[in-house]
Structure formats: structure tokens, C-alpha cells
Design a protein around this ligand. Structure first.
Ligand code: IMP
Length: 186
């Protein structure tokens, strides 16, 4: 069994990653130690900066992950500010911003960036995307964050209506995670 630290305070993310990695005999240990998340234009910059800050505080290989959601009708908003928007106007406020917007224009993309770092100085990024649309109302009780309003392409249900395993097969994080798994098995 191999161990990797996941630097996160988000139990939803932790659960998704553990669900995928534990059958591969990788023990994902949560470290809720916090790190500076800079206000940058890209998720990659946020992740890279986080790794550089953590490398000297963590004596073991670790991962972190940053997500953004980019909505067409809002010209990419909230993008990298997804956490702030979630905490302020919330899902109801976001749905309100989309009042009167047709389904074609409700197209949205989730992006996930995993950062891998280790005390030796390696940094690697793994990116995954999931296209879909913002629904007209909140649906489903599973998952976290924007899951109740995000319907992945080709599906009728939101992420919040899916099991963790089902979400992992098509989500931004699930896709980035597959790339991380290939790297870890090299
Ligand atoms: P962060 O990566 O933790 O900064 O997440 C940004 C925002 O997106 C937070 O409000 C999260 O709750 C939300 N979020 C992150 N990943 C997901 C996801 O897989 N589904 C729905 N919301 C998510």
C-alpha cells in the first residue's frame, strides 16, 4: 500500500479521490492544513503556487486540487472565482443571474487541476474538463458545491443525482484523476 497526502479541507473531493484510488491500493490521507490560494487568472497558477508553498511544510508526496466553473452566458464567470461566488450569492443567486437564458446558452465547463508535489522538488499538473449545462433548478441530494445545478453533456441528471463512482467516470476531477493515476503508476 502506498500513501499520498491530499491537502484539502473539502470532504467531497476527498471522498471522490479515495473512492477511485483505494481499489488501486493507494491510501489517500487528508491533510487539512490550508495553503495560500492566490487570486490568479488560471487554475494552473493557483495550483503551482500552492505546491511551492506546501513543499517545505509537507515531508511526503502530496496532491492538491483546484476547480473552476466557466459559464458561457456569463462570459466565463465565475471561473476561478467559483468558491467565492458559491459562498456569496450561492446557487440560488447564480440561477437568478441566468433567469430567462435558454438551454443552449446555459453551456458550462468544469475544469479541474490536480497538482502533485514532493519534497524532492517535483511539480506536475493534471487537467480534466467536463462540458455540460447549468440546469433551471437545483436537483439531487448527493455531491457538493455546484453539483445540484450541473448536468454533464449527454445526461439528463445533475452530478448531485449520481453516485460518486458514476460522477467520477465523467467529471472534470475524475478525468484529471485518471491522468494522475497514469503518472503514479509510471
Ligand atoms: P475549489 O477548487 O475548492 O476552490 O472549488 C471552487 C468551488 O467549486 C467551490 O465552491 C466548490 O464547492 C465547487 N466545486 C469544486 N468541485 C466541484 C464539483 O466537483 N462539483 C460541484 N462543485 C464543485
Amino acid at each position: 500500500m502506498r500513501t499520498i497526502y491530499f491537502i484539502t479541507s473539502n470532504n467531497g473531493k476527498l471522498h471522490e479521490v479515495q473512492t477511485r484510488l483505494s481499489p488501486l491500493d493507494i491510501d489517500v490521507v487528508q491533510k487539512n492544513i490550508g495553503y495560500p490560494e492566490i487570486q490568479a487568472k488560471s487554475l494552473e497558477e493557483v495550483a503551482t503556487y500552492g505546491i511551492e508553498q506546501l513543499r517545505y511544510r509537507v515531508d511526503h508526496p502530496f496532491i492538491l486540487e483546484d476547480t473552476g466553473i466557466f459559464i458561457d452566458a456569463l462570459k466565463g464567470f465565475p471561473g476561478v472565482y467559483a468558491a467565492y461566488v458559491y459562498q456569496t450569492i450561492g446557487l440560488d443567486g447564480l440561477l437568478h443571474l441566468l433567469d430567462g437564458i435558454s438551454s443552449e446558452k446555459r453551456r458550462a465547463i468544469f475544469r479541474s487541476v490536480f497538482g502533485y508535489g514532493d519534497p524532492e522538488g517535483s511539480t506536475h499538473l493534471f487537467i480534466g474538463e467536463c462540458e455540460g449545462m447549468i440546469g433551471f433548478e437545483k436537483k439531487g441530494t448527493k455531491g457538493f458545491g455546484y453539483d445540484p445545478i450541473f448536468i454533464p453533456e449527454g445526461k439528463k441528471h445533475t452530478f448531485a443525482d449520481m453516485t460518486t463512482e458514476e460522477k467520477n467516470t465523467q467529471s472534470h476531477r475524475g478525468r484529471a484523476l485518471e491522468k494522475l493515476i497514469s503518472f503514479l503508476s509510471e
